[in-house]
Design a protein around this ligand. Structure first.
Ligand SMILES: [Zn+2]
Length: 304
């Protein structure tokens, strides 16, 4: 009984506040309600394992999705270890987009810990031909088109009300990928065939190179987080000399120290930086298409 006046008082205050919004700013109240509804119910929450896949989800989902990536920008998915906030990200998601093909060795446990029955999981590389046990299929933009198609189908299944928008966005992103493929082909064609050899930091470039006619001569890191032994370093130096390689390519997520040793041994330079497992924070590399455009410029400039 003693609490009643307080409750009544609070109720009166609330009613007067509502009346105030409704009477003087009806459009504001309506807009706030619509925004709140979209934030809580309308947007499909998508978690992606690596930031490179965000571009595909954002391209297809547009305004109807909110995307979070698990491996931070600039970090390596091969040596990543999930933290408690990553469990929360997965538990909170409607759709999870992973690469598959053995890239995310930490994901099974993360999914178990998140314990989210009904979570839609999209395995982008599923059904594609995985060569040399190499998971970096997204680096071939022809395969990226398959990634986009899988993401489109998953978003349509999760949110049929916006299926038309997802189809339209996916078709438009697909055309942008076609343009990108044409652009890369034209640029690589300007490099003399005898110069189309690369030594890279880790083997992220196999599919890109296979698609565009570049030979991957070697890579510095054979297993995630493992530096080459002196014999392997000597081998890379020999290969670089044999094929008159112009430079070895570094990546922002890895220490290029060993690259400098190889470059010095072969009398060539270190080319900084190629982006592959992660996009960058610089707008020039902040999404997939920008990233591959930038990388191609770096490669073509270095190989010529
Ligand atoms: Zn990688």
């Amino acid at each position: 009984m003693r609490r009643l006046p307080v409750i009544v008082g609070a109720l009166a205050l609330l009613l007067s506040a509502c009346a105030h919004v409704n009477s003087s700013h009806p459009s504001t109240a309506l807009r706030m309600t619509t925004t709140a509804l979209r934030m809580t119910r309308g947007k499909i929450r998508v978690a992606t394992t690596i930031s490179t896949l965000n571009s595909f989800v954002q391209g297809v989902g547009g305004e109807y999705v909110s995307v979070k990536n698990i491996v931070p920008i600039g970090a390596s998915p091969e040596t990543f270890a999930p933290a408690p906030q990553d469990v929360a990200t997965v538990a909170d998601a409607d759709v999870l987009v992973e690469n598959g093909a053995g890239l995310e060795t930490w994901l099974d446990r993360l999914l178990r810990d998140a314990g989210k029955p009904g979570l839609r999981v999209v395995v982008c590389a599923q059904g594609l031909l995985v060569k040399y046990l190499n998971p970096h299929l997204w680096m071939d933009p022809v395969f990226a088109k398959q990634y986009v198609a899988k993401i489109r189908d998953a978003l349509i299944a999760a949110d049929p009300a916006h299926s038309e928008a997802y189809r339209r966005n996916a078709a438009s992103y697909d055309r942008r990928l076609d343009d990108l493929i044409g652009q890369i082909r034209r640029q690589i064609a300007t490099v003399p065939p005898s110069h189309r050899y690369m030594i890279v930091f880790h083997n992220a470039w196999q599919y890109y190179n296979d698609r565009f006619g570049i030979t991957t001569l070697g890579f510095v890191e054979r297993n995630p987080g493992q530096e080459p032994n002196p014999q392997q370093v000597a081998q890379l130096i020999d290969l670089a000399k044999q094929h008159h390689v112009h430079g070895v390519f570094s990546e922002p997520e890895y220490s290029p120290k060993i690259l400098y040793a190889i470059a010095q041994g072969a009398g060539i330079s270190v080319v900084e930086d190629l982006y592959d497992d992660s996009v960058g924070t610089d707008p020039r590399v902040a999404n997939y298409i920008a990233m591959l455009t930038y990388d191609t410029n770096v490669i073509v400039h270095a190989l010529k």
